[in-house]
Write a protein that binds this ligand. Structure first.
Ligand code: HDE
Length: 691
């Protein structure tokens, strides 16, 4: 009995089902203190396996989240004449995909909402082998040449002496690198913009970045740039919000992707292409093969090609999301490379890195990496070989197996035919030398609020830099982009206002602004409804119903978990306790009426802060009747009572309603939804609202 109490009887071990003892019950009553023996192979194997559970994280893009889905081309998308890649041209073909989204600089356990580029890597399991489109959520890159990549990554990663800061570019080495490598500046503008703070992986664009090549049946090439456009529109968070989410829910973007797929709200993206005939290669004022340049969409429009839907979460994070191995050289017939020097370096690096990360040359046989097309090559053996190759021949040419399998140049892959020549010097041509023109184009294309955010981002980032000369060098570089921007940054970081930059060329490209990347929908948006005892239950159910009819989700937050009692004595279920969440985890807030409820909320600092913070972050905020008191208590300047007893007023994303009982007045949810559809009320000046 004593042994039983001490939990030492074998039968006490529990099986998977709680409360079910394991069937094994031997040695009952034997002495309780046994030795730990090397011969206990179960213990050894268990510990050994555990000791080897970790693999190196990716050297960049270590933190990510993945999902399965499919891609299908549109009818008559016009590509059939340009490429033999049927997964792009045959509308009857649904190609399975796996997509991995990622941040770049942080470790595997870092927060999702850091200021960073996001990876957007897609593996198409086509009938002709895997095609990997390994892109980002920004259309350009920091450097023009692969040999600079290790330097760039060393500069942005935590500094080597003390491994700080984690997942942040706001430190000396990054900005030192930027100041000395002006080719980074165009991408740095994107990084300082809200594009670096996506609201969701479901609400950001993706870009192949490089100029690739489509190849037709005759071997003729057409330059191509790939674009992904989310059907929910592109939307971003604000920096203050990001920093808070990093504490409240570091898995914010990962959770959002997972939960929306679990809920059947499948993320969708449209694939588009910009096409340039080979004969027009030199028609631009930049080099098409320079990955720090875009082709403005007003110059070459994006042509829609097809649609991708992500509809299945992985079963196991490690097996799938961690072990997926993307490789830019995974191409299929009809798609080829160009001489972009960055792309060529990538074609080496991605295979090379998997060899160490996944422990040998057979990683392509891992389930998530396995092509659906039959694999026929003479590669044999190696660590972790999964296949049992049959037959006597593992060489080419052979006469014993009818010559099979045939390799490159026998139909599997043929290089795009072009003459390549050059001097053996590690230099880029003059056509790569304009480092500032498109950075200026980006700045000129921003809406006023986007500009404010960029200035604030530069001030934050450079404000964290210890070396004054680094701040000065960067400000001098920004001066080459735009004088006004440089002065605004200089003022914020204690650097003398610069002069002598190149005059702004004045050109802009509207597609670059987030203002022009929205979508007319509030699908999947999350709205917090704040309640306490005495709330108007009719309003709560109306809000829930009308938001859900529009595809959005209302979550009822109480001061505590459990139900609240409505003014009429009904029970209103609470979805979450307010203290476990935060306004930063929602797209908008509604405070329903009910005098007692609003009094309780107004007396609670957390509830007041909830509203004030949502208001600060330019989110739609709404209240009905007494709910307005909480808005006023939270300092919502636009909170005004509608005149008369029934009505709705909307001002800068603040929606208020008055009514004389019964249902909420018509237009209340419609106007709130319209504000939500604009994502944020950017024109609301919240600079004096405490953060
Ligand atoms: Fe990558 N990059 N990269 N990169 N990259 C990796 O490959 C590299 C570049 C991108 O979800 C690594 O498997 C070099 C541009 C994404 O698994 C590594 C150069 C773009 C991902 C590597 C670049 C990207 C990676 C690390 C300059 C946008 C994550 C682990 C020549 C078009 C893929 C791995 C995933 C990952 C090297 C530049 C996007 C080390 C050398 C430009 C989305 O091989």
């Amino acid at each position: 009995m004593a042994a039983r109490r001490a939990g030492l009887v074998a039968g006490e071990y529990r099986s998977g089902r709680p409360g079910t003892p394991c069937a094994v019950s031997r040695h009952r009553g034997e002495p309780a203190r046994g030795p730990t023996l090397l011969e206990d192979f179960q213990a050894r194997e268990k510990i050994t396996h555990f000791d080897h559970e970790r693999i190196p994280e990716r050297v960049v893009h270590a933190r990510g989240a993945g999902a399965y889905g499919h891609f299908q081309p549109y009818e008559d998308n016009g590509l059939a004449d340009l490429t033999t890649a049927q997964f792009l041209t045959d509308p009857g073909r649904r190609t399975p995909v796996f997509v991995r989204f990622s941040t770049v600089a942080g470790s595997r356990g870092s927060a999702d909402t850091v200021r960073d580029v996001r990876g957007f890597a897609t593996k198409f399991y086509t009938d002709e082998g895997n095609y990997d489109l390994v892109g980002n959520n920004m259309p350009v890159f920091f450097i023009q040449d692969g040999i600079k990549f290790p330097d760039f990554v060393h500069a942005v990663k935590p500094e080597p002496d003390n491994e700080m800061p984690q997942a942040a570019s706001a430190h000396d080495t990054f900005w030192d690198f930027v100041g000395l490598q002006p080719e980074t500046l165009h991408m740095v503008m994107w990084l300082m913009s809200d594009r670096a703070l996506p609201r969701s992986y479901r609400m950001m664009q993706g870009f192949g970045v490089h100029t690739f090549r489509l190849v037709d049946a005759q071997g003729r090439g057409t330059f191509v740039k790939f674009h992904w456009k989310p059907l929910l529109g592109s939307h971003s968070l604000v920096w203050d919000e990001c920093q808070k989410i990093a504490g409240k829910d570091p898995d914010y973007n990962r959770r959002d992707l997972w939960e929306s797929i679990e809920a059947g709200q499948f993320p969708e993206y449209e694939l588009g292409v910009q096409l340039v005939e080979e004969s027009r290669e030199f028609d631009f004022d930049f080099d098409l093969l320079d990955a720090t340049k875009i082709i403005p969409e007003e110059v070459v429009p994006v042509r829609p090609v097809g649609r991708m839907v992500l509809d299945r979460n992985p079963d196991n994070f490690f097996a799938e999301t961690e072990q997926v191995a993307f490789h830019t050289a995974n191409v299929v017939p009809g798609i080829d490379f160009t001489n972009d020097p960055l792309l060529q370096a990538r074609n080496f690096s991605y295979l090379d890195t998997q060899l160490i990360r996944l422990g040998g040359p057979n990683f392509a046989q891992l389930p998530v990496n396995r092509p659906v097309a039959e694999v026929a090559n003479n590669q044999r053996d190696g660590y972790g070989q999964q296949r049992v190759h049959r037959g006597r021949t593992s060489y080419f040419k052979n006469s014993l197996s009818g010559g099979c399998p045939a390799l490159a140049d026998e139909g599997a892959f043929t290089h795009y035919q072009e003459k390549v020549e050059g001097h053996k010097i590690r230099k880029r041509s003059e056509s790569f030398k304009d480092f500032y023109g498109q950075a200026t184009l980006f700045w000129n294309s921003m809406a006023p609020w986007e500009r404010e955010h960029i200035v604030a981002a530069f001030r934050f980032e450079l404000g964290k830099v210890d070396h004054q000369h680094v701040r000065e060098t960067v400000v001098q570089q920004i001066e080459q982009i735009d004088h006004e921007l440089a002065v605004a940054v200089a003022e914020g970081v204690g650097v003398a206002a610069p002069s002598g930059g190149t005059p702004n060329h004045g050109r802009s490209s509207p597609a670059l602004s987030l203002v022009n990347q929205g979508a007319d929908t509030i699908a999947t948006r999350r709205v917090a409804v704040l309640v306490a005892d005495g709330v108007d239950a009719t309003e709560v159910s109306q809000i829930r119903r009308e938001l859900s009819e529009r595809g959005a989700m209302a979550e009822v937050l109480g001061l505590r978990d459990g139900d609240v009692r409505s003014a009429d004595g009904d029970e209103v279920p609470v979805d979450r306790a307010m203290n476990t969440m935060g306004s930063v985890l929602y797209d908008g807030v509604i405070v329903p009426g009910g005098a007692e409820s609003v009094r309780a909320l107004s007396g609670d600092g957390f509830a007041v802060h909830f509203v004030a913070e949502a208001y600060k972050h330019n989110k739609p905020v709404a209240a009905s009747d007494e709910g307005m008191e909480l808005l006023q208590r939270a300092g919502v300047a636009e909170a005004r009572k509608p005149t008369g007893t029934d009505g709705v007023v909307t001002e800068l994303g603040v929606v208020t309603a008055a009514h004389t009982g019964g249902a909420l007045p018509e237009g209340f949810i419609a106007e709130f939804a319209a504000a939500l559809g604009k994502h944020r009320a950017w024109e609301r000046d919240t600079s004096s609202v405490p953060a």
